[in-house]
Design a protein around this ligand. Structure first.
Ligand code: PMP
Length: 367
């Protein structure tokens, strides 16, 4: 079957063609094994090689120091909304945590954390999710066990372009939608996590990178499969892991290494997002980005058509016209509407240019 479609989906999202082809080649029989990855034991040598290679490549790609554990878990981002407070809120007395809420995903994480301890909203006056307020307005609690934020809000298209300074309080970040899209200094974080289904693989596996000194403080009610210390002690094999998802992610890591790693992805993401934002900024208001320029996402480009709040007729027409040209999944999240173009690592410059060309053409015909 052909893949004559450009998939701008927010996640699960496009995977590199090369990765898909390799998975296809190896699907029925992996290497000399005579069986599929789907059929092999998670404790056999073939799978152990797959998971260890994936971890080693991730360590290289992100330059992860030895005092951090890498876990491959199930439960997705939502699983981590619970796992993070269950493991870390008790790190200090008082069972408190700071949440910097800048979009719907961090909001959901904060709500979930309220079940397990005291949540302090660092930005209590957020009205809408279109900016990251200046740090002078943040109300951080020095007694917090950790400070939590979402580096890229997938629904609202709000991305941090700096690492918050928490004055030694462990920093926890959700990088589900921008992990490995640029180099980061892992040592600045207590914990980094991300679901694989956008930038680094398919659904089913969540990467957790956690500093060793944060392990061992789980609340007694923490489910064992979510206890980071237990999973770290068992090399993520306490329970049967999502073997095929880990295999797919491992293929994406190899592809990323070949592409030039996080530095190359940073250049690519900057270039792709600039192509689209430039069309928007030069459209004399025909296209508008609700998000402030300093917080615009390089991954999920959210915009309106016709006016600041969007013209429903034009937006519908835009999505239909795009679909006719093979450009799919450009509809904004149902909670915000408008258009969202997700340009994760696997999306090429050419595919991005095709969208830019269509946007210019659509404006000419409809303004
Ligand atoms: N965090 C972010 C930034 C997300 O974009 C998403 C989902 N798209 C989630 C968390 C939730 O992930 P999941 O659906 O895997 O639970």
């Amino acid at each position: 079957a052909s893949r004559k479609v450009i998939n701008f989906a927010p996640g699960p999202a496009k995977l590199p063609e090369q990765v898909m082809k390799q998975a296809q080649d190896e699907f029925v029989s992996f290497g000399e094994s005579g069986i599929s990855v789907l059929e092999m034991s998670h404790r056999g040598s073939d799978f152990l090689d797959i998971i260890n290679t994936a971890e080693n490549n991730l360590r290289d790609l992100m330059n992860i120091p030895d005092n951090y554990k890498v876990l491959f878990l199930q439960g997705g981002g939502n699983g981590q909304f619970a796992a993070v407070p269950l493991n870390l809120m008790n790190f200090k007395p008082g069972c408190k945590a700071d949440y910097i809420v800048t979009g719907s995903w961090s909001a959901k994480a904060a709500k979930e954390a309220e079940k397990y301890g005291q949540v302090n909203y660092v930005l209590p006056n957020m009205k809408d999710y279109t900016s990251i307020p200046d740090v002078s307005e943040w109300k951080l609690d020095p007694e917090a066990s950790y400070v939590y934020y979402c580096d890229n809000e997938t629904v609202h298209g709000v991305e941090f372009h700096f690492i918050p300074d928490t004055n030694e309080v462990p920093l926890v970040v959700d990088m589900s939608s921008n992990i490995l899209s640029r180099p980061i200094d892992v040592t600045k974080f207590g914990l980094i996590y991300g679901g694989a289904q956008k930038n680094i693989g398919c659904a089913g596996v969540t990467v957790v990178i956690v500093r060793e000194d944060l392990l061992g403080h789980a609340q007694p009610i923490c489910p064992t499969i979510f206890d980071y210390r237990v999973q770290a002690g068992n090399s993520s094999l306490y329970n049967t892991p999502p073997t095929f998802s880990i295999y797919m992610m491992g293929l994406v890591f190899k592809w990323l290494v070949q592409q030039g790693g996080a530095h190359a992805m940073k250049d690519l993401s900057n270039e792709k997002s600039s192509i689209i934002y430039e069309v928007i900024d030069q459209s004399n208001g025909f296209y508008c980005v609700p998000v402030e320029p300093t917080a615009r996402s390089r991954m999920n480009i959210c915009f309106r058509i016709g006016s600041k709040d969007g013209n429903a007729t034009l937006e519908k027409l835009f999505i239909e016209g795009a679909a006719k040209k093979g450009m799919q999944s450009l509809k904004g999240h149902r909670s915000v509407g408008g258009i969202r173009a997700s340009v994760y690592n696997a999306i090429t410059i050419e595919e991005t240019q095709a969208l830019a060309t269509y946007m210019k053409e659509f404006k000419r015909q409809n303004h």
